[in-house]
Design a protein around this ligand. Structure first.
Ligand code: MEV
Length: 321
């Protein structure tokens, strides 16, 4: 019988600090456990990297979408790279399948979930038992192929499946959540390229270094205040921080008008705060919402032509984590 391994990774959501994390501010991120990517890897006789079915279907739409030729080429490249790193002398080959409910390229960690899934299943198939930092190192190398020079927050949250904060170059820290976070998300129907968004922000920094440094300092203060608000369960304070973070992201030019509009609509419908999440240029906005107002905010986003609208709850962390 052929050896086979499967692994399911969650999506991630950045609460605070995207983009500014690359320049030293903290990023705060949580896993979204209801959205997942399942990677299945089989050992096969023919050497090399082989692809089976690769598809994704958002929870709001049961019909799976198959990856396009370009995305399949990228997936094969990632698997080849993982094999070169983890099993350079393997005489057998590997057949990959992946099914995801994480929208691809919408800032919810689809590439990190894929990178982590490939890394974990490949080690498991080869009966290797790496420690968490080795897994993270390999997953990070795959993320680099997709995004250029990522901060590491995405794959860290996906791999640990826990809320985390990260300052680039430092070890991740568990993010204490004293209250569950009730969230409503909506997209404006188009993905965004992380690589392009990161390049746009880097160009702004080049062009206006002093102004940019003052934005990073503000993001730093928001991140620290966010860690404190999460720890005390002060959701009103956290909501206000999300609003201020959105204003900073507007200043670096990654908030398209349609997502700005959805952010406004969520606030008007009673959200405690709202912002885009992830690299921007497309993708999702997220609103922090008191549980009793979730349906109202959700309906407002649908009425404003938000797409892939869904709500989710991030559980409070327990003492054990
Ligand atoms: C992407 O999910 C988050 C960014 O901050 C990039 C990164 O941290 O690598 C935009």
């Amino acid at each position: 019988m052929q050896a086979i391994q499967s692994y399911e990774s969650p999506a991630k959501l950045i609460l605070l600090g995207e983009h500014f994390v690359i320049f030293g501010a903290p990023a705060l991120a949580v896993p979204l456990l209801d959205l997942t990517t399942r990677v299945t890897l089989r050992q096969v006789n023919a050497p090399g990297a082989h692809l089976g079915e690769l598809s994704w279907a958002p929870a709001t739409d049961p019909h799976p979408r198959h990856l396009e030729a370009k995305q399949r080429r990228q997936a094969r490249g990632l698997l080849e790279h993982a094999i070169t790193r983890v099993a350079p002398n393997s005489t057998s080959g590997f057949l990959l399948e992946a099914h995801s409910s994480i929208p691809l390229g919408y800032g919810l960690g689809s590439s990190a979930a894929f990178a982590v899934g490939v890394t974990v299943t490949l080690h498991a198939l080869l009966n290797l038992h790496p420690d968490a930092s080795t897994l993270s190192h390999h997953a990070h190398a795959l993320e680099k192929m997709v995004h250029g020079n990522p901060s590491g927050i995405d794959e860290a949250v996906v791999l640990k499946g826990l809320p985390l904060s990260l300052r680039k170059g430092e070890a991740t820290k568990l993010l204490k959540l004293s209250s569950p976070l009730s969230l409503v998300l909506a997209s404006a129907g188009s993905p965004g390229s992380t690589r392009e968004a990161v390049a746009r922000v880097a160009a702004l920094r080049e062009h206006a270094p002093e102004r940019f440094a003052s934005l990073v300092a503000k993001a730093d203060a928001l991140g620290e205040a966010g860690i404190a608000a999460c720890a005390t369960g002060n959701l009103c304070a956290l909501g206000a921080l999300l609003d201020r973070a959105h204003a900073l992201l507007q200043k670096v030019g990654v908030c398209p008008p349609r997502l700005d509009d959805l952010v406004q609509k969520a606030r008007q419908a009673g959200a405690l705060g709202a912002k885009i999440t992830g690299a921007g240029l497309g993708g999702f906005m997220v609103a922090l919402v008191p549980p009793e107002r979730v349906e109202r905010v959700r309906a407002a986003l649908v009425a404003s032509e938000g797409e892939l609208v869904f709500s989710t709850v991030v559980p409070a962390t327990t003492g054990k984590t």
